[in-house]
Write a protein that binds this ligand. Structure first.
Ligand SMILES: [Zn+2]
Length: 444
């Protein structure tokens, strides 16, 4: 930048302008540049934009610009005999490139930081936009008669295993609220063949099953079918706009990211409770038919960060982000606190739908290792990560109108299903049916 004064005069003020704005939001709002922030910036309207502009921001950017411009003047007047500028430039770029691409950790870390995060996130966003808009075929389906009013909610959980919920017999009281709920059926024997989010979520949303993985990305998910049948479809997420989910998010009418500026490098409070006001607000709009896909952060490591203080009941909790630097007891305590918070989250969500013709399906994407054979977290394919928690709640009105389905659900509660059951069950819940039948908890 500094080798040529003309380059400096153009690039340095621009660098200062964008950098000061990015740093302001990093400090004031604790958000960083991610593809979702790029999306939000591009899609934002004047009113929303005014909400995040402030005199402090302008002052900070102005100060930075003044310094950058003063520096450019100084550089302009300075007469360096830089006949070797090209050589210096090539050496600098080569050194940087060697470090950047030669060291994986540095590479990943640099991509999260200014100015690289601006370039990387914009490129990611363009790639994800293309994925969202990619053409796929919709699976064939039949419809009996879709109700005039119906809300279907699929809550995709994160890393919650069935055997750490007291509703399934776990000795610690991790689900006190849900146990008191009528109309709530836990499905304790669900098997997930995938043990990481990116593979598991598409499997849950599409017709893909253990014999046919291909349809994950060749066909649309059930979201498109609901949309075709007049449902307002919304993706409300507390995770990122990942490559694996982008095609399905693209099927929805609306997408909202509750924590769009959080990454593994930048996060403070990042809890699923932050999704509740978004759902409440959308319900106030009183659409007759809604399909919500709620992608939670759930029990994702670092557990404590996703649980508000008042739910940190089981103590002592973890104190180190390196999982093995904690005792097993600490890790399990922190994990169980995420279950207790899930209990609160689902219970609060149910309250928003009690007076509606509504069904809420909770399905965790996979389980979690909690020290079995010294395994921790998930994605390694360990057996204990294959038994995710699952629950279905229906409103009184739904039960009245769907007595047969509710009966079937009750009698199927202890059956063994793979996560494939979601696709067929959720369609059937709305009186829809895939042309090719599959596992369905609402069918006796
Ligand atoms: Zn996951």
């Amino acid at each position: 930048m500094l080798l040529w004064r003309k380059v400096c005069a153009v690039v340095l003020p621009l660098y200062a302008l964008i950098g000061s704005a990015v740093s302001f939001y990093r400090v004031a709002y604790r958000v960083t540049i991610t593809p979702m922030i790029v999306e939000a910036t591009l899609q934002t309207n004047a009113e929303e934009a005014m909400g995040v502009l402030s005199p402090q921001l302008f002052l900070w950017v102005f100060l930075n610009l003044i310094i950058a411009i003063a520096f450019c003047f100084w550089r302009w007047r300075m007469d360096f005999p830089f006949s070797k500028a090209p050589l210096h430039a090539i050496t600098a770029i080569a050194l940087f490139a060697a470090l950047y691409w030669g060291n994986d950790r540095l590479h990943r870390s640099a991509n999260q930081r200014y100015p690289f995060n601006v370039v990387v996130s914009t490129a990611d966003y363009i790639h994800l936009r293309n994925l969202m808009q990619a053409e796929r075929t919709m699976p064939q389906y039949n419809t009996a008669s879709v109700p005039d009013t119906l809300d279907i909610v699929l809550v995709i959980g994160e890393s919650m295993r069935a055997d750490h919920l007291s509703i399934n017999g776990y000795e610690r009281p991790t689900t006190p609220r849900l146990e008191k709920r009528n109309n709530l059926i836990s499905l304790p024997h669900i098997y997930s063949e995938h043990t990481h989010t990116a593979a598991s979520v598409p499997h849950i949303l599409t017709r893909a099953d253990s014999t046919n993985h291909a349809s994950t990305y060749e066909e649309t998910s059930f979201i498109s079918i609901f949309k075709q049948e007049g449902f307002r479809t919304a993706w409300l997420s507390n995770q990122d706009l990942g490559e694996a989910f982008a095609p399905f998010i693209g099927e929805c009418d609306t997408m909202v990211f509750a924590n769009s500026g959080k990454t593994v490098f930048v996060f403070s409070e990042w809890t699923d409770g932050q999704l509740l006001p978004i759902v409440a607000q959308m319900q106030e709009e009183r659409h007759s038919k809604n399909l919500y896909i709620i992608h939670t952060i759930g029990s994702h490591w670092y557990y404590n960060n996703h649980v508000p203080q008042e739910f940190q009941k089981f103590q002592p909790i973890t104190s180190n982000r390196v999982v093995t630097s904690n005792t097993a007891e600490q890790v399990v305590n922190s994990y169980d606190n995420t279950a207790l918070y899930l209990d609160f989250f689902l219970d609060s969500l149910i309250s928003l739908f009690s007076d509606r013709n509504a069904l809420i399906v909770y399905q965790s994407d996979h389980g979690e290792s909690l020290g079995e054979d010294n395994h921790w977290l998930h994605a390694g394919g360990a057996e204990e990560t294959k038994y995710p928690a699952a629950m279905i709640w229906y409103s009184d009105r739904y039960a009245q109108e769907n007595a047969e389905k509710v009966d079937a659900l009750k009698s199927n509660a202890f059956r063994h299903y793979r996560t494939d059951y979601i696709f067929h069950s959720i369609l059937h819940a709305a009186n829809l049916e895939a042309a090719e039948k599959g596992a369905d908890v609402f069918e006796k």
